[in-house]
Design a binder for this molecule. Structure first.
Ligand SMILES: [Zn+2]
Length: 227
């Protein structure tokens, strides 16, 4: 899917050598024919595809289908540990990421690279979005997402999205999880002028035993472990 950030957003499908402008098809009657062929990103035509339309070889070997793509919290490039291809993973994972709330047929939480957040939201058909946290790598964003998944869905409700059957959500009101939205670097651990999530957790929440899950969340944020 090709998305163009215009008003309204423009969508196009790349089919073989053709580019199909989808916006021009709105309110027109369409007929689909399934050729039973799947095109993988590697240009192979296969009978069966796996998650994100990867063929068997790509799904199990390509770094673009590695653990951290689908589960950001499993990122290991910040530790210098390879999953499939450390150079690819460092390039992909060690860049600013955001944790966001989006309304795409219901409220959901997600993680994406800072540089391509608008594209991600257009791909998902999000009607409203708000950034909850900015992190310096994918791993940190993944940990925040895991904590938020206990409160918010992480999947798009596509049935509601396709039928335009969703209510506007006050995303600012839903932003009740973080009073700050970013995390300092390890080198800034001792002092920082501007309050961040580290400040809020250690300065204001650490003694709040009423907050379920906080006891495991803090060590995860700081040390990457439950201990
Ligand atoms: Zn492939």
């Amino acid at each position: 899917m090709i998305t163009m950030h215009e008003n309204p957003v423009r969508y196009a499908l790349s089919i073989g050598d053709d580019i199909l402008q989808v916006n021009g098809l709105i309110n027109k009657q369409l007929e689909f024919y399934f050729s039973h062929k799947h095109f993988c990103y590697c240009d192979k035509i296969v009978d069966k595809v796996y998650r994100n339309n990867f063929c068997y070889d790509c799904y199990f070997n390509n770094p673009a289908a590695g653990d951290a793509i689908f589960r950001p919290e499993l990122s290991k490039a910040h530790l210098g540990i390879a999953d499939r291809d450390l150079e690819f993973e460092q390039r992909y994972q060690l860049q600013p990421h955001v944790v966001y709330l989006a309304n795409s047929g219901g409220l959901k939480v997600g993680v994406t690279r800072q540089a391509q957040k608008a594209t991600r939201w257009m791909d998902q058909g999000a009607n409203q979005t708000i950034v909850l946290a900015e992190t310096s790598n994918r791993h940190e964003a993944g940990l925040i997402e895991i904590a938020l998944k206990e409160h918010v869905a992480d999947k798009t409700n596509w049935r509601n999205m396709l039928t335009n059957n969703f209510d506007a959500v006050d995303l600012l009101a839903e932003k009740k999880f973080c009073s700050s939205t970013w995390l300092r670097k390890r080198s800034q651990i001792d002092y920082l002028e501007e309050p961040d999530m580290f400040h809020d957790v250690f300065g204001h929440i650490i003694n709040c035993n009423w907050q379920p899950g906080m006891g495991t969340l803090i060590p995860k944020f700081i040390f990457g472990t439950n201990n």
